[in-house]
Design a protein around this ligand. Structure first.
Ligand code: SF4
Length: 185
């Protein structure tokens, strides 16, 4: 992980670099489905583009750049998700979903309300840092059932962990609407 003070990161500056208009999200690849490795059940997965974390050993460094990938209309994503069969939830992967919190929250809310799915997200930021950010990142977190948090740390890599790559990362089950931590794995 690069030596960066996360508390100094200006998310609005990142958002400007990403140039994502309202109603759109920047993705690094197509919507995945029938995924069983990024959360409980059978899941759709959104791979978001753009990540400031730059963890050493990251498996998806092509997702770091804020300016590549594909801009996709949120309405089109919701339609595509609604046409999937047999999925129980949606997981946001990256990239760093929390640099596009408004778009991610819109999609999370749609999946819960219209499709009855649960919603998880990965983040290279910790829960505590997201809470400190407040604003849209915290609102997105409050729309989640679970967060897998923290950067990938190569020296702590452990392939036996459920859904996580390194021992510092936590699977946090959250209370919808408040963001309160219900359990920690
Ligand atoms: S947060 Fe995830 S996508 Fe970003 S650098 Fe770390 S491992 Fe890679």
């Amino acid at each position: 992980m690069a030596d960066i003070d996360w508390h100094q990161i200006a998310l609005d500056k990142i958002a400007k670099q990403m140039e994502v208009p309202d109603g759109y999200i920047r993705l690094s690849g197509p919507i995945e489905h029938d995924n069983i490795v990024n959360g409980d059940g059978l899941r759709a997965v959104l791979w978001t583009q753009g990540c400031p974390n730059h963890c050493k050993g990251c498996q998806n460094p092509e997702t770091w750049d804020y300016t590549v990938g594909t801009l996709v209309k949120i309405d089109d994503i919701c339609k595509e998700l609604s046409e999937l069969q047999g999925q129980t939830g949606l997981t946001f992967c990256g990239g760093e979903p929390f640099v596009q919190p408004k778009a991610c929250k819109q999609i999370a809310d749609y999946c819960r309300k219209e499709l009855g799915w649960d919603v998880w997200s990965f983040s290279g930021f910790t829960y505590e840092i997201i809470k400190e950010f407040g604003g849209e990142p915290w609102e997105f977190l409050k729309s989640l059932d679970a967060l897998i948090d923290g950067p990938f740390i190569l020296s702590q890599r452990d392939l036996s962990l459920r859904f996580r790559g390194s021992k510092n990362q936590r699977l946090l089950k959250l209370e919808l609407g408040t963001g309160k931590i219900l359990s920690i794995e």
